[in-house]
Design a protein around this ligand. Sequence first.
Ligand SMILES: Nc1nc2c(c(=O)[nH]1)N[C@H]1C(S)=C(S)[C@@H](COP(=O)(O)OP(=O)(O)OC[C@H]3O[C@@H](n4cnc5c(N)ncnc54)[C@H](O)[C@@H]3O)O[C@H]1N2
Ligand code: MOO
Length: 401
Amino acid sequence: MISVDEALKIVLRKGKKLPPKKVKLEDSAGLCLAEGIKSDLNMPPFNRSAMDGYAVIAKDIKPPVELEVIESIRAGYNPKKKIGRGQASKIMTGAVVPDGADAVIKVEETKALDGDKKVRILKKTEKGANIARKGEDVRVGKTVLPKGTKIRAQETGILAAVGKSNVTVYSTPSIGIISTGDELVDIARKPKPWQIRNSNSYSLAAQARQIVKDVEILGRVNDKKSEIRKLIQKGLKKDILILSGGVSMGEYDLVGEVLLDLGVKIFFEKVALRPGKPTVFGMKGDKLIFALPGNPVSTFVTFELFVKPCVKKMMGYTSYEHPIIHAELEKAINMKKKRREYRPALLKQEGTGWKVSLVDWHGSGDLFSLTGANGLLIINESVEKLNAGDMVEVMLTDGLL
Ligand SMILES: Nc1nc2c(c(=O)[nH]1)N[C@H]1C(S)=C(S)[C@@H](COP(=O)(O)OP(=O)(O)OC[C@H]3O[C@@H](n4cnc5c(N)ncnc54)[C@H](O)[C@@H]3O)O[C@H]1N2
Ligand code: MOO
């Protein structure tokens, strides 16, 4: 049995960045740049007014003073006239500041006279006031987004501003999902008293779809080697194949055997983890196979711990792990030790810090407890006891927030 940290290290070593591809900017959200992006423009591209008002020469303004208005400049208009002493141009937010002017006075600090031919300035100003200088945000040629950046809405705006209608990003892995178990029935059916609805295929697909689009539920199979083998063979067309169930010690836990028969190289098959001990990870060629334990909470936790970071690495993310929050424990916890535990927990912000308490749950089969949780409280292997008031680590899992 290996530790969670060792298991994650192996998974991240085997999950390799996928090749770059070009996508339309509109399709790039959530992907990672496989190219560094330089600005093809100065930003702002011209001295830009930050206010609606009047473009003036700052040293002319000894209020109250009256200036001649020589032009009206709206955004998208190229000013024709240079401001001379005693002159001003009316200007709108986002418009080009005309030559000669070195400040913009807000319209609220002025009074238009003679049907806008003149303006009285009521307040002093300083050189540069209300002007965004050409190139002050970004100079032409500067790298605005380095390779590896995850594209969020903000980055999309930048990419659009520098004219990238197509961007080179890392490809995302295709993911196939198989559930195993004689007891499983389709979710549309009412199970017989000895049967269970196949919820794992759907929860796994939902977890996977939080980060990639190409996710397919390949179906469920009975605990029969030939059936499992057939569907796994189909699933091996995907970059990542995820199975659930059939990995513990029972007579019908056949997934490991079938994987070996198919020539899958197994890197680990047990992790010192609760829930999620019988987690299997292997490869066939460049395909990654995760066979996760069937208990729904174990399936959820092991996907978050191993599959999600691996997918992120393949997609070119530079950091793959979940955020950890340090929180004060509200109630003492009894623990079982030996394996690292990840317990469904509820984090609450109190004052300037966080408090956390375990949610009531009945073990790794109890999926319902997860809906009352927004994180997983980590109990490290070495911890002997946890008392109320102790500081603990809580992993934020995207799907729980
Ligand atoms: N003798 C031992 N028995 C078990 C061990 C062990 O070390 N020695 N480990 C236990 C642990 S820990 C776990 S976790 C489970 C994992 O078992 P499997 O991965 O083989 O899963 P199954 O036996 O197929 O199912 C477990 C449980 O989960 C339900 N399940 C399975 N698939 C689904 C699905 N798609 N949707 C909803 N629920 C599902 C299934 O009905 C079972 O109740 O093994 C322990 N045993
Ligand atoms: O590892 Mo099992 O997932 O503890 O229930």
